[in-house]
Design a protein around this ligand. Structure first.
Ligand code: AMP
Length: 438
């Protein structure tokens, strides 16, 4: 089925052809005609399935069909996403797909100055792509006119709930017109997502690509036994294989990511680390270097990795087993994107074995865990440096919460519980927030 049969505007088809896409992915085939019709959609799709284009292409087509310039001072389409990387990524995609139609795109996310974002809100835009935290912050100061929002997209909705954004999302959605189109994308259809759907959508069409919680079919999953003290050695051993030319390594903690990166660097392997302690500019630089092939290995924590949309990642290595088992699916989805294939390698220590059984239940199949061929399991672990003694503890037992990425503490949505009371109602013109959390 060609893109041309989906009802997209000609200027958008031209931009899609520029991207080199020859045929729509399954989620695109299923979602694009419904979104153009104006129907609410729940898309259950893994990352890497082409879901961003599945909603941005038809929304662009819809916006083009209505009068120009209606964005002046207003937001026409609001896309909420969990991380700044993902926001930037979506914005880049929208800009690329609208290069012949000229949509106005603005972004709002934390970690950078508010001022240009406030100015963009004042000018108005066709697409506002935002993280819920920063948007709530700006909206509660009275910035932005959301009274004409025609479409709301909740991207990676499951992840936004995991990150404790539910109260922020509720406040934002209450400020939007009820007669709007609402699209929701999530890797899983949990009970929480179903509740959100009932609250925000009208007779939504459910589109499911592949089985729920099933990692992208295009990824080969390899699991190797690995004594905790030999993880770094095993990684260096693996990297002797030149086929591992673009490798994304997942570490559980920020310091862990830095440590892995330093040791690779010491062995002459070009690499960079991205995590929440790195500034937005540092993260973007590292991502760019990885995309350009200037570095071979990118070491990331789960939160920082969410917006990584890099084509051609040959391997994902789970150096540490994910804290939240569902992250496994997101992690390995970074390779084998769209229609290509990839390999995901997971190191399994004795402590991980219990979680491995749970992981099998989530992915719905037996995952074989064996010894890595050619690896000397009898070797002595390398001597630890003084720094290792300081930091190198079993991450599960030893990592302090403060060392982990910015997940809300105290469970789901816990991070916002304390903050909730001090937020002003979103978007009430003229109100400025004087206190409360940043
Ligand atoms: P996403 O699931 O939206 O993160 O997209 C994953 C990757 O697939 C991105 O790099 C897109 O540029 C790419 N992509 C999206 N649609 C297609 C398509 N129809 N054909 C080939 N690649 C695509």
């Amino acid at each position: 089925m060609p893109f041309a049969s989906l009802g997209l505007d000609a200027s958008i088809l031209k931009a899609v052809a520029d991207q080199g896409y020859t045929e729509p992915t399954p989620i695109q085939k299923a979602a694009i005609p419904s979104v153009i019709e104006g129907v609410d959609v729940i898309g259950i799709a893994q990352t890497g399935t082409g879901k961003t284009a599945a909603f941005t292409l038809p929304l662009l087509t819809r916006l083009l069909r209505t009068a120009n310039n209606t964005h002046k001072g207003r937001v026409r389409c609001l896309i909420l996403a969990p991380t700044r990387e993902l926001v930037v990524q979506i914005a880049e995609n929208v800009a690329a797909y609208s290069r012949y139609s000229g949509a106005v795109v603005a972004t709002c996310y934390g970690g950078v100055s508010e001022r240009p974002q406030i100015a963009a809100l004042r000018r108005g835009c066709d697409f506002l792509i935002a993280t819920p935290g920063r948007l709530l912050d700006l909206g509660s100061q009275g910035h932005g006119d959301f009274s004409a929002v025609e479409c709301l997209v909740l991207d990676e909705a499951d992840r936004m709930l995991d990150m404790g954004f539910l109260p922020a999302i509720n406040t934002i959605v209450r400020a939007l017109p009820p007669e709007r189109q609402t699209l929701m994308f999530s890797a899983t259809l949990s009970r929480e997502i179903e509740t959100l759907t009932k609250q925000y959508q009208r007779s939504p069409k459910l589109i499911e690509v592949g089985r729920r919680s099933n990692p992208a079919e295009t990824v080969t999953q390899l699991l190797f036994e690995c004594p905790g003290a030999l993880k770094q050695v095993m990684l260096h051993h693996l990297l002797k294989d030149e086929a591992m030319n673009m490798v994304l390594v997942f570490a559980r903690t920020k310091h862990g990511a830095d440590r892995v990166c330093r040791k690779l660097d010491g062995d002459g392997i070009s690499c960079a680390a991205i995590h929440a302690n790195r500034s937005q500019a540092q993260r973007q630089r590292a991502l760019q270097a990885f995309k350009n092939g200037e570095i071979r290995v990118l070491v990331a924590t789960d939160i920082a990795s969410r917006g990584i949309d890099v084509d051609g990642i040959s391997h994902v290595v789970n150096f540490d087993f994910p804290d939240q088992i569902e992250d496994y699916v997101h992690r390995i989805g970074r390779t084998g994107r769209a229609l290509s294939t990839g390999t995901a390698i997971t190191f399994i220590t004795r402590e991980d074995l219990g979680d491995l059984r749970r992981l099998e239940r989530i992915v719905g199949k037996h995952l074989h865990c064996g010894k890595l061929p050619g690896f000397d399991y009898t070797q002595q672990a390398p001597a630890r440096t003084p720094e290792d003694f300081q930091r190198h503890q079993d991450p599960r037992a030893g990592a302090h919460h403060s060392e982990r990425e910015g997940r809300p503490q105290g469970g789901r949505n816990g991070g916002y519980r304390a903050a909730q009371g001090s937020y002003r109602p979103f978007g009430r013109p003229g109100t400025r927030r004087t206190g409360g959390p940043k």
